[in-house]
Design a protein around this ligand. Structure first.
Ligand code: ZN
Length: 283
């Protein structure tokens, strides 16, 4: 199942069209994506058994028209991001592989929709395409075997990063530098794990103005999704709607010679196999 936030309403996306969750379920499920994610298994069971009528059957290109897709979760209590979690990215940054996940946060006010504009705050703003896991259950102390049962689904994310602020202090400060306005687009929708196959075997890439800068596979991660969920849940309580940015592959702008940074007018396209694409225009 693919669950989107269309103009603030939880909407199931099918190959044939859209299903407004609250309307089709006659109010059994909320208009809020956050509430739907906290009861996603129930929602999916309803969707598969009730076979709700598709409200708007259109071609994929006409699916959303001028309507805005919002972030697939709007009010997460916790947002985790993982640094240096691809072998190839560690190499290009001249970093040794971490022995434990390197965890920081992105602040929630940076969250935005998959196609929102990116106001560029400086001339050292960088891109990082990332696989994003959305938590669907309250969980602590998960084993690696059970870890993925706490994941509601996955989407594409951008961990936009302002490198000057990030590297300014000692030690460096990741969280603020990655939390400017619209520095956290996610989407285009949440895809449930059953539609995806092996989450640690997906091609992942990012293009800027049609030039491919990042092209990798989630099999290059140092810590896979289950390991990350296990690690986090053995410290904090995970809650429905929590967001985990799982790290960026190689090819980021700051690691290039000369470095490449985003400027107004640039079009950033981020894609992951099976999850779709998000597109953000720098302004
Ligand atoms: Zn990142």
């Amino acid at each position: 199942m693919r669950l989107a936030n269309l103009e603030g309403r939880a909407t199931i996306v099918t190959d044939d069209g859209l299903i407004d969750v609250a309307t089709s379920s006659q109010g059994a499920f909320s208009t809020s994506v956050d509430k739907c994610i906290s009861q996603l298994a129930l929602l999916q069971r309803w969707y598969e058994s009730a076979q709700p009528a598709i409200g708007e059957a259109t071609t994929p290109a006409e699916l959303f028209g001028d309507r805005r897709l919002g972030p697939v979760v709007t009010n997460p209590q916790q947002i985790f991001a993982i640094g240096v979690n691809y072998r190839s990215h560690a190499e290009e940054m001249n970093r040794t592989l971490p022995e434990e996940p390197m965890v920081f946060t992105k602040f929630v006010s940076a969250l935005c929709g998959p196609n929102d504009e990116l106001p560029v705050p400086s001339d050292t703003t960088d891109f990082e395409v990332e696989l994003v896991a959305i938590i669907g259950a309250t969980a602590r102390n998960l084993s690696e075997e059970l870890a993925l049962t706490a994941v509601a689904g996955y989407c594409v994310g951008q961990d936009f990063s302002e490198r000057t602020l990030q590297m300014k202090g000692s030690p460096s400060q990741f969280s603020l530098a990655k939390s400017f306005r619209h520095f956290m687009p996610i989407g285009p929708w949440l895809t449930t794990p059953d539609e995806l196959g092996d989450v640690n075997k997906l091609s992942i890439g990012c293009r800027v103005n049609d030039i491919q800068y990042q092209a990798s596979n989630t099999d290059d991660m140092v810590f896979g999704v289950a390991q990350l969920v296990t690690y986090l849940s053995n410290v904090v309580e995970l809650r429905p709607g929590d967001v985990i940015f799982t790290g960026s592959p190689h090819g980021v702008g700051v690691a290039r010679r000369p470095p490449i940074f985003l400027k107004p007018g640039d079009r950033v396209v981020s894609e992951i196999e099976g999850l779709g694409r998000i597109e953000n225009q720098a302004v």
